[in-house]
Design a protein around this ligand. Structure first.
Ligand code: GLU
Length: 417
C-alpha cells in the first residue's frame, strides 16, 4: 500500500525542485506555493428520511494571475483541505503548461456519493452551489467535473447559479451535458490527452506506441477512455484495475468491452480475463506504458523501486509521491506529468467556455483537432525545456515552463496592496 504523502506538501516539493531552474525571487516563489484563498463550509442537507446531515466542503482558489480560477469539484470520502489546496495548485500549473488563460482552483465535498440517492445528491450539490455563488462566475472561478462528479452535477450547479443570479451564464461551469451548453468531446478529453501525450512520448523515444503493452490503474472516465483510445492505436491493453482489483491478459484486453462490463456490473473484475491481479501487482507489471488513472499517492517511494514500465502517463492528479519521483528519476522510466497528461479535460473545458461566451458550438472534429494542437505543442515545449536545460525529469521541465508563465503574468500585473 502506498504511503499517504500530504498532496499539498507534494505540490510544494515539486515547485521547489523546479524553482532551482527558474530565475524567480524567493519571495515570489512563496506566492507560487500557497493558495490565494480557501472556502471551507459545512453544508446542511436534508436526507430523504427528513433528517439533516452535515457535509464538509472546500473550494481553493490557488492563483488567478493568468485568468479566472479553474478546476473541478470532487465528491470523495477522502477529500481534505490540503488535498483540495494541492489540486488547485496543480490546476494553475496545468493551465499554464497548455497556455490557456486560466488560473487554478479546485473544490471537494467529503462524501461517498454511492451512499446517497439522486435527490439527496441534488440537494447537496445545490447547497454547495449556493455557497459558491459569490465566489464563482464566468470571469471569476469556473468549476468542472472531477472524481465522482459529471454532467449531472454540473447541470445542477449551472441551474442553481443562474436561478439565484437571475440570468443565463452557461460559462460559469464546464463539463455540462450538451443540451445544457456542454461541448462535444469534453467527456473524452482527459483520456484523449493521456493518449496524445503517450503517443508523442513514444515517438520522441523512437518507438511506436502500436507495439506497446499497457497497464491502466483506475477505470473511471480518464482511465477507460485513455485505454480505449490507446487500444485503437494498436497497443495491447494487458491489464486494468479499479478499486475492487484488476484483470490481466497477456494477449490484450478489449478496452471498450471492459468499460461496458464496468458500466453494467460496477467493476472491471467481473470481466472475463486470463488472470486477476491486485492494484500493486498491476503498477509493477513489466509493461511499456503504465497509466495511473485513479487518485493521488498510487505509487510511493517503495513501490517505485519495483516499477518496470518504460513510460508512465499520469492520467490521475498526483499519482506519484515526490519520493517515487526521486526513485524513478534515477531509472530509465519517463514520467509524463499529470499537469500535461491529463490537461485535455481543462483544455476542452476552455473550448466549452469559449463556445458558451460566443453562443456558438463547435463540431467534435474541430474540438479534437484544436485539442491535439494544444497538447502536441505543449508536449514539444516541455521536451525542449527538458533538453535545453538538461533537466532530470519531464515533471521538472513542465513546472519550469509553467512557473515561468505564471511569474511573468504576476510581474507584468505588478503587486497591489
Ligand atoms: N478535474 C479536471 C482536472 O483535474 C478538469 C478541470 C476542468 O475542466 O476545469 O483537470
Amino acid at each position: 500500500m502506498a504511503d499517504q504523502a500530504n498532496p499539498f506538501e507534494s505540490l510544494q516539493a515539486q515547485i521547489d525542485v523546479a524553482a532551482e531552474h527558474v530565475d524567480v525571487r524567493p519571495d515570489i516563489l512563496q506566492r507560487l506555493k500557497h493558495p490565494e484563498r480557501v472556502l471551507e463550509t459545512t453544508l446542511s442537507v436534508e436526507l430523504d428520511d427528513g433528517s439533516i446531515e452535515l457535509f464538509q466542503a472546500f473550494r481553493s482558489q490557488f492563483n488567478g494571475d493568468r485568468g479566472p480560477y479553474k478546476g473541478g469539484i470532487r465528491y470523495h470520502p477522502g477529500v481534505t483541505r490540503d488535498e483540495v489546496k494541492a489540486l488547485s495548485g496543480w490546476m494553475a500549473y496545468k493551465c499554464a503548461i497548455v497556455d490557456i488563460p486560466y488560473g487554478g482552483g479546485k473544490g471537494g465535498i467529503v462524501v461517498d456519493p454511492k451512499q446517497y440517492s439522486e435527490s439527496e445528491l441534488e440537494r447537496l450539490t445545490r447547497s454547495f452551489a449556493a455557497e459558491l455563488r459569490p465566489l464563482i462566475g464566468e470571469d471569476r472561478d469556473i468549476p468542472a467535473p472531477d472524481v465522482n462528479t459529471g454532467q449531472r452535477e454540473m447541470n445542477w450547479i449551472k441551474d442553481t447559479y443562474e436561478t439565484l443570479e437571475g440570468t443565463t451564464a452557461p460559462g460559469v461551469i464546464t463539463g455540462k451535458a450538451l443540451d445544457s451548453g456542454g461541448s462535444e468531446g469534453r467527456v473524452e478529453a482527459t483520456g484523449r490527452s493521456t493518449m496524445l501525450t503517450a503517443r508523442e512520448a513514444f515517438e520522441w523515444l523512437g518507438r511506436d506506441i502500436a507495439d506497446a503493452t499497457v497497464a491502466v490503474q483506475g477505470y473511471g472516465n480518464a482511465g477507460s477512455i485513455a485505454a480505449r483510445l490507446i487500444d485503437e492505436l494498436g497497443a495491447d491493453i494487458v491489464a486494468v484495475s479499479d478499486s475492487s482489483g484488476g484483470i490481466y491478459d497477456p494477449e490484450g484486453l478489449d478496452a471498450a468491452a471492459v468499460a461496458e462490463t464496468k458500466q453494467e456490473t460496477g467493476s472491471v473484475v467481473e470481466h472475463s480475463a486470463a488472470e486477476r491481479l491486485s492494484n500493486d501487482e498491476l503498477l509493477t507489471l513489466d509493461v511499456d506504458l503504465l497509466i495511473p488513472a485513479a487518485l493521488e499517492n498510487a505509487i510511493d517511494k517503495s513501490l517505485a523501486e519495483d516499477v518496470r514500465a518504460d513510460v508512465i502517463a499520469e492520467a490521475a492528479n498526483g499519482p506519484l509521491t515526490p519520493g517515487a519521483d526521486r526513485v524513478l528519476a534515477e531509472t530509465d522510466t519517463y514520467v509524463i506529468p499529470d499537469i500535461l497528461a491529463n490537461a485535455g479535460g481543462v483544455t476542452v473545458s476552455y473550448f466549452e467556455w469559449v463556445q458558451n461566451r460566443q453562443r456558438f458550438s463547435w463540431t467534435e472534429t474541430r474540438v479534437n483537432e484544436e485539442l491535439e494542437r494544444v497538447i502536441v505543442e505543449a508536449f514539444d515545449g516541455l521536451v525542449e525545456a527538458y533538453e535545453q536545460n538538461d533537466l532530470q525529469t519531464l515533471r521538472t521541465a513542465a513546472y519550469v515552463v509553467a512557473i515561468e508563465r505564471v511569474v511573468d503574468a504576476y510581474m507584468q500585473g505588478g503587486n497591489w496592496p
